[in-house]
Design a protein around this ligand. Structure first.
Ligand code: NAP
Length: 454
């Protein structure tokens, strides 16, 4: 039995029925196959034959039916109402830096339940919001009918290293990128330790779009595993209206820190001013380029940028929220005040990062590497959303069938904030606490969407 349009409607109705409870959902016959956004193993060679910069997500991302896995004892099946595009979907779709089947094969080689992750289809997606429809025998905190948001930290509970900080555990993986059965689909298979209570005042697509990027920013900035933000800190935020940057800015404002933002377009400067940000640098208008024609660090440009930041921050920033990598890292180090911290989670413009030593030595700047967020950090980041201290940054939402178009938007940097994807539910559904939504105000919850609509 496949998840046809009619069966999809039935699953949606069962999951969302008023007061749908564990018994009703347990009795709902789950389909054997479901709709999912996948890459295909047999296309690896033809995609790799195209130069990386020219690979089109439409050539490698497909929406098709795949077999449904049964949950392992510590897992849960979620009927996915909505998902969102992350930058890792851009990497997956372009098989860059490596085809993700390499990750799946490594996981499948562990055998047992992990063997299910192999195969010739990779179901992608590291964000989701939906309804629990089946739980494994060891799951205690969640039951069918629960409305959940899903975070992407996949880790084995019996990994000793995970007990201190899951992000340092060798078994840690990014769900829907380094594992199969991700969130860009009508059903998702997740560990129970990936579940969070869905913020009831948000639509499904808003809730789905606040998990990965918000928690990544939380670990980088607020957590003691990252920069450990303090009241009054000045924070340089690159890509301040992008996926992770848009949450970093909100967290700075909520924590009483002062964001000094960098963006590449005039309209983004205006959006940030409307959110309450005082200082924004338009890197395009001000012509900042830190690598010269020979790909060497342009020290004069780095100094010009650092001077600009010093003017806005009374002598340099305490923290830099870094992710472009190769093209910006020298400027990030130079923009710090003595003893400052550059915290980084990515290198979008390249991992071969040039550095000059004087900032690191004479100025005692430290660079902190960061990757996603452990369960507690995810829980705390989600709590900020549930309490209305951080809001979604969704600017557009497309149906699952248009996943390649949505991925292209993110790859080309044509979007602000997040791009949502509807799966089982229609756009705009899912708000179960209209009172809180009214209290927090549409102008704050939908600030990014309104700005995008002009
Ligand atoms: P995004 O939505 O595309 O935003 C990135 C922003 O970076 C863009 O809006 C752009 O803003 C800015 N940017 C691009 N090229 C730049 C350059 N050469 N110099 C300065 N700024 C530049 O992507 P995202 O979701 O924020 O993700 C950003 C990176 O973090 C990606 O590489 C992603 O894979 C990574 N990431 C890592 C983790 C993790 O767990 N390690 C989690 C989430 C994301 P302007 O053009 O406006 O300046």
């Amino acid at each position: 039995m496949a998840l046809t349009a009619d069966r999809r409607r039935e699953l949606l109705a069962a999951a969302l029925a008023d007061g749908a409870d564990a018994a009703e959902l347990r009795d709902f016959p789950l389909p054997d196959r479901y709709r999912a956004a996948v890459t295909r193993r047999e296309e690896v060679e033809s995609v790799l034959a195209v130069p990386a910069a020219e690979r089109d997500p439409a050539a490698s991302l497909h929406v098709e039916e795949v077999p449904r896995p049964d949950p392992a004892p510590d897992e849960v099946l979620v009927a996915v109402m909505a998902s969102a595009i992350n930058y890792n979907t851009v990497w997956s779709a372009s098989f860059s830096p490596v085809p993700t089947f390499a990750f799946l094969d490594r996981l499948a080689a562990e055998g047992g339940w992990s063997a299910r992750h192999g195969g010739d289809r990779h179901v992608l997606g590291s964000d989701a919001a939906g309804v629990v429809v089946a739980v494994g025998s060891l799951v205690r905190r969640w039951r069918p009918g629960d409305h959940v948001a899903v975070h992407g930290n996949w880790v084995a509970a019996d990994d000793p290293a995970a007990q201190q900080d899951a992000m340092r555990a060798p078994t840690q993986r990014a769900w829907g990128f380094e594992t199969n059965f991700g969130g860009l689909a009508d059903l998702a298979l997740v560990k129970a330790s990936q579940l969070l209570a869905k913020p009831a005042h948000l639509t499904w697509e808003e809730a789905a779009s606040t998990t990965l990027c918000n928690a990544t920013a939380y670990r980088m900035l607020v957590s003691p595993n990252g920069a450990g933000l303090r009241l009054g800190d000045r924070v340089l935020v690159w890509g301040a209206t992008g996926g992770i940057g848009s949450f970093a800015v909100q967290q700075c404002l909520a924590a009483g820190a002062e964001p000094i933002c960098v963006v590449g377009r005039r309209s983004r400067v205006e959006l940030l001013h409307r959110l309450g940000v005082r200082h924004v640098i338009d890197r395009t208008a001000e012509g900042f380029r830190f690598l010269d024609g020979q790909d060497r660090v342009d020290v004069a440009e780095v100094d010009r940028f650092a001077e600009r930041v010093r003017q806005l921050s009374d002598g340099g920033v305490d923290v830099v929220f870094e992710h472009p990598g190769r093209e910006t890292m020298p400027a990030s180090v130079a923009a710090c005040r003595r003893g400052g911290t550059v915290v980084t989670c990515a290198a979008t413009t390249g991992y071969r990062i040039p550095l000059t030593g004087d900032g690191l030595t004479h100025e005692s700047v430290r660079i902190v590497g960061s990757h996603f967020a452990n369960y507690l950090e995810n829980e705390r980041a989600n709590d900020l959303v549930r309490r209305g201290m951080v809001h979604p940054t969704l600017t557009s939402t497309l149906p699952l069938e248009s996943v390649a178009r949505a991925t292209r938007l993110v790859r080309d940097g044509a979007h602000e904030g997040k791009v949502g994807i509807t799966c089982l539910a229609p756009a705009g559904a899912g708000v179960t606490d209209a009172g809180t939504r009214r209290r927090l105000g549409e102008e704050r919850i939908a600030a990014f969407a309104r700005a995008a609509a002009g």
